[in-house]
Design a protein around this ligand. Structure first.
Ligand code: F6R
Length: 610
């Protein structure tokens, strides 16, 4: 929920840490801070609000400092004030933390009883004081850290510096992500690799329970029992610059435009000639013959990707699929069959979403087979899964998920086709024709992106309306839900998504001239039915904007305007094309309304709390 960064090495560290925080701003952005260690003194600069607010105060820090830590916060305990911003100081040390310490109240009481004064309302300051107290009896920071960590309940990654130790930073990980980057005579760390990937692609992903001592030469690693561990170096494939805006006004816009590339990369990774690479799709570790029920668990946009997947998994695999919000599934004692008869598929861009992760752990304890579709390698959900399909969306920084949705739907589809291929449920001819069409999807996506100018114009007509309705049938009903979610999260306009056939069971009462209705109307076998729903709306003076084939005379006649969307035969590919239209509409309406598109209020990219 927060982002942490650190640097130790031969270069001045302030700008490196500041830039790292900017890369992690998607994780939280309601306050931020940096601490540097310079000539035996720790100097801290912190501010509420955006990371940029730090600029004046970090200019006053010693610019030649070469050791430092930084934090960008998404408030959980205490308001997003300057006092509650990290780093937190306690005696001779300064500490940053991402995650939640669940038992912080009782630990705080214990410290208060000892007469310790607190400057903030955070759980983090409790950890800082615990370490400071421990250092009085156990002067070696690693040993002190080990003792403190044994007492902490919850999920955290944390780091601290001590004023008398100029050449080391101490870190620990339990439940929240932490990765160390190894350079030449310099070492970095961050909540994810985007924090330092512009400097080094050599990374060490810490595991839960790991504790490390970081110096300019690299790191020493211990497990929670104090045993030394070997460092396993991974050469990450994200290239320098892949997390930058590359000339686009917002990350969200850049990420919408990246979708053709994501589809091409996904196709290249999983398609071999006219069939699918079953090993790359993560199929080899799954025992399909055993599976009797399949649950998909996810949150938000990833949940909508799961709902879209239900439309193709059931007919292709002949198995009933339950798609459930992870926040509900985890608490409702779902019926799960033992011995791998139930498979749980987790879909998550970040691989760190707390509710989805909790479902995975619960299902694993109950003996289910666990498969995940994630964008972040080595993330907690990937590590908990029996097998995983790694998406190739690249870093998604905009808080509103766009290219990850496309990637999730496509990966779930290729996985399903792979299973169908393995079980002999699809003929080679059918598979070949789907793959042939898939190879043209990036070209059609380019055409869908060409509609942007048209949508900018439409957005300038619609942006002031306070309510919107999105409708569709089949997979388009899910794209309607996704369109409504996109619009509300970045423009703060109230929007609802509905299956068009449901309108007359209630929501049609909302229809009047004051509510723009976006109907997703591809040329599929639902077309006639959806069109008659649109006619019902028009009969009640509703204004319908049809997302579909701009050349279709009936659409043109009945809709106020047709939002052009290219048409493909395959319904999954068509759903992906329609998604681009609703993404652009939400984006350009938000831009017209002047909201903070990449970092909408109250939201964070990676929801690591329940
Ligand atoms: C919406 C959005 C969220 C995420 C959800 C799950 O645009 O981004 O609804 O989809 O928080 O996140 P992941 O996929 O990381 O589990």
């Amino acid at each position: 929920m927060c982002g942490i960064v650190g640097y130790i090495g031969h270069r001045p560290c302030i700008n490196i840490i500041f830039d790292g925080l900017k890369k992690l701003e998607y994780r939280g952005y309601d306050s931020a801070g940096i601490a540097v260690l310079h000539q035996g003194e720790i100097l801290v600069s912190k501010e509420s609000g955006k990371i940029d607010n730090l600029k004046p105060s970090i200019a006053k820090l010693p610019q030649d400092a070469r050791v430092g830590i930084g934090h960008t916060r998404w408030a959980t305990h205490g308001l997003p004030t300057k006092e509650n911003a990290h780093p937190h100081e306690a005696e001779h040390l300064t500490l940053i933390h991402n995650g939640i310490i669940e038992n912080y109240k009782e630990l705080k009481q214990e410290l208060l009883n000892k007469g310790i004064k607190f400057r903030s309302e955070t759980d983090t300051e409790v950890v800082a004081h615990l370490v400071a107290e421990e250092l009085k009896v156990t002067p070696k920071p690693i040993a002190a850290l080990q003792n403190v960590i044994k007492r902490l309940e919850g999920a955290f990654s944390l780091a601290f510096i001590v004023d008398r130790i100029p050449d080391e930073i101490f870190v620990a990980k339990q439940g929240s992500p932490l990765v160390v980057g190894l350079g030449q005579g310099e070492t970095f760390f961050g909540s994810d690799i985007t924090a330092f990937v512009n400097f080094t692609q050599k990374a060490v992903f810490l595991q839960d329970g790991d504790i490390a001592q970081i110096s300019a030469e690299g790191l020493k690693l211990w497990d929670k029992n104090g045993n030394t561990l070997p460092t396993k170096i991974t050469h990450v494939q994200w290239s320098p610059g892949s997390a930058d805006k590359q000339g686009f006004k917002h990350y969200m816009l850049k990420e919408i435009h990246e979708q053709p590339r994501v589809v091409s990369a996904t196709t290249q990774a999983f398609v071999k000639g006219n069939s699918l690479d079953l090993a790359a799709l993560g199929l080899e570790k799954i025992d399909f013959k055993k599976i009797k029920t399949l649950h998909i668990v996810a949150c938000g946009t990833a949940y909508y990707a799961g709902m879209t997947a239900k439309y193709f998994i059931e007919p292709l695999l002949g198995i009933s699929v339950n798609v459930e919000l992870a926040s509900e599934f985890r608490y409702r004692d779902p019926f799960l069959m033992p011995d791998g008869q139930t498979m749980v598929m987790a879909i998550s861009q970040s691989g760190e979403t707390a509710d989805t992760l909790a479902c995975v752990k619960h299902a694993k304890d109950k003996g289910c087979q666990i498969f995940s579709i994630c964008n972040v390698n080595y993330s907690s959900i990937v590590r908990e899964s029996d097998s995983a399909l790694m998406m190739l969306a690249g870093p998604e920084i905009g808080v509103a998920s766009t290219k990850a949705f496309t990637s999730q739907v496509l990966c779930a589809y290729l996985w399903t086709l792979g299973v169908a291929q393995k079980l002999g449920r699809i003929s080679q001819d059918e598979l070949s024709s789907i793959i042939t069409e898939l190879k043209t999807l990036p070209l059609y996506l380019d055409q869908a992106l060409n509609a942007e100018e048209y949508i900018v114009d439409l957005a300038s007509k619609l942006y002031a309306y306070p309510n919107f309705l999105f409708i569709g049938r089949g997979m388009s009903s899910i794209i309607a839900l996704e369109g409504a979610l996109k619009l509300k999260e970045i423009s703060y306009i109230h929007a609802e998504g509905y299956a068009a056939g449901e309108l007359k069971h209630g929501p049609i009462a909302l229809v009047d001239k004051q509510i723009p209705i976006v109907a997703i109307l591809p040329h599929d076998h639902y077309f006639e039915k959806t069109l008659s729903n649109v006619e019902e709306i028009c009969a009640r003076e509703g204004q319908v904007y049809g997302l579909g084939d701009e050349k279709d005379a009936r659409l043109k006649e009945i809709c106020v305007q047709v939002i052009p969307c290219p048409q493909m035969k395959n319904p999954v590919f068509q759903a992906i094309l329609s998604t681009v239209g609703v993404q652009f509409l939400a984006y350009h309406i938000a831009v017209k309304r002047g909201t903070d598109v990449d970092q909408p209020r109250n939201l964070a990219k990676s929801v690591t709390v329940e």
